[in-house]
Design a protein around this ligand. Structure first.
Ligand code: NDP
Length: 259
């Protein structure tokens, strides 16, 4: 992956984008899990253009230009610790954490193995808990932090064939809201973004017929783009979002309205 010396950071003062859209946020250190592709990659890119110094974990794929790549599997506590140490050594303590890494192992419950259940909970829920816990201490010390979890519209809607995934994603809401209560007095916010159907490798598996069926149920009549999610994250990470905590922000074209 790219070395730090090849990383060029865009500073808050050198970009008008950050100033215009996010109310002149200070340049912070951000860490995104699963930044090698899909939504995580798009979030890392957007945080760079908002003027932050950004690191992203990856297992496969490639982190975007200007981002410090750190190898890490969030199901392995030692790799998580090593990744944080690397980011702290290269960029400083993490101010903005985006727990994005996630997997699916879809099948109807009656056919779901313990392994399918465990793998999804271990990555999506326990992995998110693990990185949030590791990020929180320096945030508390600094009296500033933004902890952001990528959930899903199905966390609250439910989804046949996804009991493991939906349980992990609604679990993130309880995790974030409890954290919001634990850490609010220390200037640390915890929020959840719940994307609907976003065009990535994860949804490419759906096929054309199913995609058309879903589109018909989405008030905005289209699948979302990675950038739609990245915009919400960039806002919640900004100084301007300092009075928002414990919130669940849907980015789903209206699909989950009312839940
Ligand atoms: P992708 O499959 O494209 O990306 C998933 C990312 O998570 C990859 O970077 C992957 O890394 C990483 N990841 C998976 N397991 C681990 C692990 N154990 N340790 C570290 N990283 C891991 O999916 P999306 O970009 O679509 O999804 C990103 C997040 O958004 C997920 O949490 C997903 O549940 C959520 N989401 C996605 C929606 C969509 O429509 N696409 C809708 C709602 C929520 P690698 O490939 O290297 O293993």
């Amino acid at each position: 992956m790219i070395g730090l010396d090849s990383v060029t950071f865009v500073t808050a003062s050198s970009t008008n984008l950050g100033d215009e859209i996010y109310g002149g946020s200070a340049s912070r250190v951000a860490l995104v899990t699963g930044g090698g592709k899909g939504i995580g990659r798009g979030i890392a890119e957007r945080l760079v253009s908002a003027g932050h110094r950004v690191a992203a974990t990856y297992r496969s794929g490639e982190v975007p230009p200007g981002v410090l790549g750190v190898r890490c599997d969030v199901t392995d506590p030692e790799q998580v610790e090593a990744a944080f140490r690397e980011v702290e050594a290269e960029l400083g303590p993490v101010d903005i954490l985006v727990a994005n890494a996630g997997i699916t192992r879809d099948t109807l419950m009656m056919r779901m193995s313990d392994a399918d259940w465990d793998a999804v909970i271990a990555t999506n829920l326990t992995g998110a808990f693990r990185v949030a816990r590791r990020a929180a201490r320096p945030m508390i010390k600094k009296r500033f932090g933004r902890i952001l979890f990528i959930s899903s519209v199905v966390g609250l809607l439910g989804s046949a064939g996804q009991v493991n995934y939906a349980a992990s994603k609604s679990g993130l809401v309880g995790l974030a809201r409890s954290l919001a209560r634990e850490l609010g007095s220390r200037g640390v916010t915890a929020n959840v973004v719940a994307p609907g159907f976003i065009e990535t490798d994860m949804t490419a598996e759906l096929g054309e017929e199913l995609t058309t069926k879903y589109e018909a149920q989405i008030p905005l009549g289209r699948l979302g783009q990675v950038d739609d999610v990245a915009s919400a994250i960039a806002f919640l990470a900004s100084d301007g979002a300092g009075y928002i905590t414990g919130a669940l922000i849907p980015v789903d074209g209206g699909l989950g309205m009312g839940h």
